[in-house]
Design a protein around this ligand. Structure first.
Ligand SMILES: [Zn+2]
Length: 450
């Protein structure tokens, strides 16, 4: 039996009630079995001890929306707004190779892990061949992170290259092949969805996806109302007021749906999200980078919509760092509303933990520190110049702490990073392989015309 005791930590359980206390957490075979305040209890035989003095112990962060391989495309096309940018991202499908997906995704996972992420949702949308998805999943499994692989579909749109447009039956067969190859369980779950409706999914495909997702018990992940141009398209071509309203007609909005971005949505559409139980992944850094706009996060929270946080891919964020994203989420709402008190740090921290777990349907497993949940835990060193003195730990994790303060990361009770050393991965080799993949991809991209 794997027994671990983490003692002397400043614990943030991140449950609905805001509280913090100094104490200990025990885990047995990956499950949290005991939480206590005060001194370390009697140590049991065969128990590993982790002294967490000067550290905050909190649930691992949940990145509810990313495209891992895009770390290979950091700072490429960074001065373009959504549509011309997307044309280039989609265009990459013409030259992307399975090895790019593996090398890039593994580097993305390492970056995520080193910034305290224990669970992520990979929104997969370029599939010139089935191997691209297989290699991404192989990288995620090799990393040791908990993940949801959302294999989405596109069937129309002038900016989508033919090699990555799919007929519904062809796409469903490929997803069935993914499901047949991988056991669905606590560590790896699957979703599907339309990638960026309606610009690259037809109404017929949406109906088919709903039927397929129900048949296979899959959640839905989609890019929703990311820019004004997408909303203009749904108004012009489909006579709807907004993308959420349009998707709702096809039953896309539901308890197992994660609508990434949801920047340009109305109050009526926020009400649809609340009534149907859909979640939103808020991706503020990506939205700012592409000049998309500001998502109505305060209004969504006020109406009771579950909001998670995502980095989005590194092609529109430059990093996989959720600390960066938390601080941006907080500051963006303050400046947008010109009100310093418009959003609580605790609400932001909840989005990055419990909100993310709920969005991905994993809230019975992770997202908070509670007895019976899996030990997805991170230790953050706060005994350093930029974190001291600690006056308000919740505000300071959001506004002061850095990804590099994460000392130790545990997934399912397994230490995947200890004192910033990756226990099961060769970071140097992963980085070297990613550089090779990057050079090869950039050479191929340079031969494309957009
Ligand atoms: Zn995205």
């Amino acid at each position: 039996m794997n027994k671990i005791l983490i003692s002397n930590a400043l614990i943030l359980p991140m449950t609905e009630t805001r509280r913090s206390f100094t104490g200990y957490v025990r885990a047995r075979d990956g499950t949290i079995t005991e939480i206590g305040d005060g001194a370390t209890p009697k140590i049991e035989a065969d128990e590993s001890i982790l002294d967490a003095a000067d550290c905050v112990l909190m649930p691992g962060l949940v990145n509810a929306h990313t495209h891992l391989y895009q770390v290979l495309l950091r700072a490429v096309w960074e001065d373009l707004e959504l549509m011309p940018w997307l044309k280039r991202i989609y265009g990459c499908a013409r030259v992307l190779q399975p090895e790019h997906f593996y090398a890039g995704s593994l580097l993305g996972c390492v970056e995520a892990m080193r910034s305290g992420v224990t669970t992520l949702c990979e929104h997969n949308f370029l599939n010139p061949g089935p191997e691209c998805a297989f290699e991404t999943i192989r990288a995620i499994k090799d990393s040791g992170l908990r993940a949801v692989f959302a294999r989405t579909i596109m069937d129309t749109g002038g900016i989508v290259p033919d090699c990555t447009k799919e007929k519904p039956d062809q796409a469903f067969r490929r997803i069935e092949e993914i499901l047949a190859r991988h056991e669905r369980g606590d560590r790896l779950q699957f979703m599907t969805g339309p990638n960026t409706p309606p610009i690259n999914t037809t109404p017929a495909l949406l109906s088919e996806i709903r039927r397929f997702a129900d048949d296979k018990a899959l959640g839905i992940s989609a890019h929703v109302a990311e820019s004004k141009s997408v909303v203009e398209c749904v108004r012009r071509d489909h006579g709807k007021n907004g993308v959420v309203e349009f998707l709702h007609e096809f039953g896309m909005s539901g308890q197992k749906s994660v609508f990434a971005h949801s920047v340009h949505i109305s109050n009526d559409e926020i009400a649809i999200l609340r009534e149907t139980g859909a979640s939103v992944s808020h991706n503020p850094v990506s939205n700012m980078m592409l000049g998309d706009g500001v998502a109505p996060v305060v209004e969504m929270l006020r109406q009771g919509v579950n909001v998670a946080l995502g980095t989005d891919g590194a092609a529109s964020n430059h990093s996989q760092d959720l600390f960066d994203t938390m601080k941006s989420a907080s500051l963006l709402q303050k400046v947008h509303h010109q009100d310093a008190g418009v959003i609580e740090p605790y609400a932001v921290l909840r989005m990055a933990t419990a909100g993310g777990a709920k969005a991905l349907g994993l809230d019975s497993l992770c997202g908070t520190i509670e007895i019976g949940k899996r030990a997805d835990l991170i230790l953050i060193d706060v005994d350093n110049i930029h974190n001291q003195p600690v006056n308000d730990v919740f505000s300071q994790i959001v506004h002061c702490a850095k990804a590099s303060d994460v000392r130790t990361v545990m997934v399912n009770g397994e230490m995947v990073m200890r004192d910033r050393h990756l226990t099961g991965l060769d970071a140097k080799k992963i980085l070297a392989d990613a550089k090779i993949a990057n050079r090869d991809l950039m050479r191929r991209v340079s031969e494309l015309s957009f």
